[in-house]
Design a protein around this ligand. Structure first.
Ligand SMILES: Cc1cc2nc3c(=O)[nH]c(=O)nc-3n(C[C@H](O)[C@H](O)[C@H](O)COP(=O)(O)OP(=O)(O)OC[C@H]3O[C@@H](n4cnc5c(N)ncnc54)[C@H](O)[C@@H]3O)c2cc1C
Length: 401
């Protein structure tokens, strides 16, 4: 490799020296977030509604299919680009970002990797454009962390499958109280202990919206619902991959899910720091700006350092994730474990630095704090990360080399 090729290769992998494509994406995200996302964020949080027109604008800009192939309407980019999207949206509206993540990563990226040619052509252009609003159904009322004991069943009948069960906490499960989301990747047991995945669409007989989870603590701009599968009969051609491959597919998608949830944490922390710094410069007490007080300095400095460390870790992990293979579970778990707690702590510190104002909606950080809490639960709880990481580290101490 020549010197200039080596330099170019190095730049491609360095967060702080992005490629021209990543640079362009960062610029269009900055513009989209300040012009379109920020002005609506507080209102949609308060009214606990999903902003469909904004979602479609994100589709027009290519954000809903950032990792999908260009010939299917996507931007053909990598895990780093997915991190950029989730980070930038979360500086302003983590609830909206969660809806984009469920659609673009849990659904579209999942189908892109695990679907066949026909399924990808059928589904992905509609997902990339925002014509469809999509999600992924793993969690059930009785089964969350122990997802491999899920109870939803898919029974073979004359080449079709009949799906029966209930899924809950599904992001994008609905668009509003009356309207089901358009298409979902659904995990179900085809044999005891064997999981397979299927595409289920709005309009499939027996598939309906159950209860909406109203009055959520945070992420209120995303629609969370129960979905009911009452003897839903779908053609065998809607199965993704082979029968019994669902667990492997799920684990593969969880890596990029955890990475992008970690990216959301970065955005929350970055915004919290901006608010803290601005306020510490402006607010005076005892005759001086509060930035002069040692305890306030500690909040700013500690949380800046923690954010910057997590940011390096998350982007470094993104660089190592190949969207078409598995193998980075340890890093994805660890990145989310660190970043999610860092984000909640940063938002908490921001409230503290702002005193009473921090407690008020107008100053944004109380919303970020509420949104940040979800990142310690969704896509794997903190305890699930502890369990996974300990298992992997004890099995393979070479991970510490
Ligand atoms: C806003 C929101 C959006 C979501 N979106 C989706 C979605 O789009 N699709 C989807 O499929 N799911 C979604 N989820 C579900 C989410 O992934 C689950 O809530 C999460 O996996 C935890 O499952 P659970 O809620 O059933 O908790 P449980 O698994 O019942 O856990 C309860 C508590 O027990 C702990 N625990 C469980 N097992 C162990 C163990 N072995 N060791 C130690 N502690 C343990 C947990 O860490 C937790 O503290 C969403 C959830 C929320 C709140």
């Amino acid at each position: 490799m020549s010197d200039s090729e080596q330099e170019a290769a190095w730049r491609r992998v360095d967060l702080f020296h992005p490629t021209p494509e990543h640079q362009l994406l960062a610029e269009s995200l900055r513009e989209f977030v300040s012009r379109e996302v920020e002005p609506q964020a507080s209102e949609y949080d308060r009214s606990e509604a999903f902003n469909l027109p904004l979602f479609k604008k994100a589709g027009d800009l290519g954000l809903l299919g950032v990792t999908l192939p260009e010939e299917l309407g996507g931007a053909g980019m990598d895990a780093t680009a997915a991190v950029q999207v989730m980070e930038a949206l979360s500086t302003s509206d983590p609830g909206f970002a969660l809806a984009v993540l469920a659609h673009a990563i849990l659904f579209a990226q999942n189908v892109n990797v695990n679907g066949n040619e026909q399924q990808r052509k059928q589904v992905l252009p509609r997902a990339a454009s925002g014509e469809w609003v999509c999600g992924m159904c793993m969690t059930e009322p009785q089964v969350g962390t122990d997802v491999l004991s899920l109870r939803t069943k898919a029974t073979r009948v004359d080449g079709d499958y009949v799906i029966d069960g209930v899924k809950t906490f599904i992001t994008n499960g609905g668009i509003d109280d009356q309207t089901l989301g358009d298409c979902f990747v659904v995990y179900a047991a085809t044999d005891p202990g064997k999981i397979s995945s299927f595409l289920v669409e709005k309009g499939d007989p027996g598939f309906r919206l159950g209860q909406k989870w109203a009055d959520k603590l945070g992420m209120r701009a995303s629609f969370t619902a129960e979905l009911v599968f009452d003897q839903v009969r779908i053609p065998g051609s809607r199965r993704l991959g082979e029968e019994g491959e669902g667990t492997r597919q799920m684990m593969r998608n969880l890596e990029v899910e955890r990475l992008t949830l970690a990216a959301m944490s970065l955005g929350i922390a970055q915004r919290s720091l901006r608010v803290m710094v601005e306020y510490a410069n402006e607010r005076k007490s005892f005759g001086v700006p509060i930035r002069e007080h040692g305890q306030i300095q500690r909040y700013l400095a500690e949380h800046f350092a923690a954010w910057r460390s997590a940011r390096s870790f998350v982007y470094d992990t993104a660089r190592q994730i190949d969207l078409f293979s598995t193998g980075q579970r340890v890093l994805a778990d660890a990145a989310k474990l660190v970043a999610s707690q860092m984000a909640k702590a940063a938002a908490d510190a921001a409230i503290q630095v702002l005193g009473g104002y921090g407690y008020m909606g107008e100053y944004t950080v109380e919303r970020l704090w509420r949104d940040a809490k979800l990142l310690e639960i969704g896509g794997g709880t903190l305890e699930a990360h502890h369990k996974n990481l300990t298992k992997d580290l004890c099995r393979n101490p070479a991970l510490l080399d």
